[in-house]
Design a protein around this ligand. Structure first.
Ligand SMILES: [Zn+2]
Length: 423
């Protein structure tokens, strides 16, 4: 497959560039095998006269080709719980969310809802993600199987709790540790897949010391990704510290061995200086979820401050506290949050936001060959045809980010194969 158009190409300086070019994709390998830009194409007229996929029509330069979006923090069952507003985090979790997740006790139902959730992400151009399933082992296995069958790049975890919540939202520590181990082993036997298990202690309040220590050991033995929540609201911080005495919330995870360069912590809104330093030292990633933070009125995470402290950062939709599966809209929300906190300070520019939503999130999740347009990269791609005059705009990437419209998506390619084609 050959794709031609203007490439939104991530570079090694944390930004994207717009450059006319052509990608050659090997659908068998699921990878980009060649990248030519207009400068090294033999004759521009020949190269750019036949847009691909061929039946998409129009002149190639009207098309944009970008890496697929990556969502670093999303809850698969919560696509069915978006919009449950008016409650603070801990009440929202108990009253709105956990009852919806309890339905995944039926793994056939769960499989159906996984398909719907992944379908929605693909419809909005998200081709890779780090996701939470539910505490149910079979439902989590179904989610892993579905992602694997679609050839997606994904990390999926069984969010575990063994204390503090209602009886049907928690499980025994031994059973959970056994199931975490089984998921890792089963997934390892799927050779060549792009799906990995994320060990997922849901958050410190719901997890005993033994559960967190056990999951940290498993992560170390298997080199596995860890995902959890950190410091989303003040009430949560207070409760976590009551249950697990420590100098701060981040130190709770650190004392159980959960802070590694493969740890992704959702939110990090209410952190102090010591916590930011500790996160930077451990190389752990904070996934900023601006839409969700605004919806639950949890507070505003200080992106600039974490960035200046050297904390690795990612961006997540956090569906269903977040309501927005289109990652460019999550990027817009990031800029609003930074702007509100720092009315006169620096703000990430659109070239950086595009990079964060693609290459940046891939690197944060430890996916070296994902999220960029280079030979050898996994071919998760978007073909876009915007209906705005971006090429003549004062800031083309700014126009593409701020006027984002899902209807621009004409094809979504996953591992070198067309997963979605839109008229
Ligand atoms: Zn979350």
């Amino acid at each position: 497959m050959i794709l031609e158009g203007t490439l939104i190409r991530p570079n090694t300086s944390g930004r994207v560039e717009l450059i006319a070019g052509q990608l050659t994709i090997d659908p068998q390998a699921g990878r980009i095998v060649q990248v030519r830009t207009i400068d090294d194409a033999p004759t521009a007229a020949d190269s750019y006269s036949s847009p691909q996929p061929p039946d998409l029509g129009g002149h190639a330069t009207e098309w944009l080709v970008a890496p697929g979006f990556i969502d670093a923090h999303v809850h698969l069952p919560q696509f069915d719980a978006i919009g449950a507003g008016g409650l603070p985090l801990l009440d929202w979790l108990d009253r709105a969310i956990l009852p919806v997740e309890a339905r995944w006790n039926d793994s056939d139902y769960a499989r159906d809802r996984v398909r719907a959730a992944i379908g929605r992400m693909l419809d909005h151009g998200t081709t890779a993600f780090a996701a939470y399933a539910t505490i149910h082992h079979d439902a989590t296995r179904a989610a892993l199987e579905e992602a694997h069958a679609l050839g997606l790049r994904a990390a999926i975890g069984q969010p575990m709790m063994d204390q503090h919540h209602a009886r049907d939202s928690i499980r025994s520590t031994d059973a959970l540790l056994e199931e975490a181990c089984a998921l890792l082993e089963e997934n390892a036997s799927r050779h060549g897949g792009r799906v990995e298990v994320a060990l997922t202690p849901r958050y410190a309040v719901g997890c005993s010391a033994r559960l967190m220590t056990g999951l940290a050991e498993l992560a170390r033995d298997h080199g596995a990704l860890i995902q959890t929540h950190l410091s989303e609201t003040r009430d949560e911080v207070e409760l976590a510290l009551k249950i697990h005495p420590a100098s701060n919330y981040t130190a709770i995870y650190d004392q159980y061995g959960l802070l590694t360069p493969r740890t992704v912590l959702g939110h990090g809104v209410w952190l102090d200086d010591n916590e930011r330093q500790l996160l930077a030292q451990r190389g752990a990633v904070v996934a900023h979820c601006p839409v969700a933070n605004a919806f639950l009125r949890s507070g505003a995470m200080d992106w600039n401050l974490l960035d200046q402290c050297g904390v690795r950062l990612a961006i997540g939709s956090d569906i269903g506290a977040g309501s927005q599966p289109a990652m460019p809209r999550v990027g817009q929300a990031l800029l609003r949050t930074v702007g509100d906190l720092h009315p006169e300070g620096p703000i990430p520019d659109p070239a950086e936001v595009w990079w964060r939503l693609t290459r940046g999130n891939a690197l944060a999740l430890g996916w070296e060959n994902v999220g960029h347009l280079e030979p050898g990269a996994e071919a998760d791609l978007l073909v876009l045809r915007p209906d705005v005059a971006w090429s003549n705009a004062p800031d083309p990437l700014g126009m593409l980010l701020h006027s984002w419209d899902d209807r621009w998506l004409k094809a979504v390619i996953v591992a070198g194969r067309v997963a979605r084609r839109f008229p």
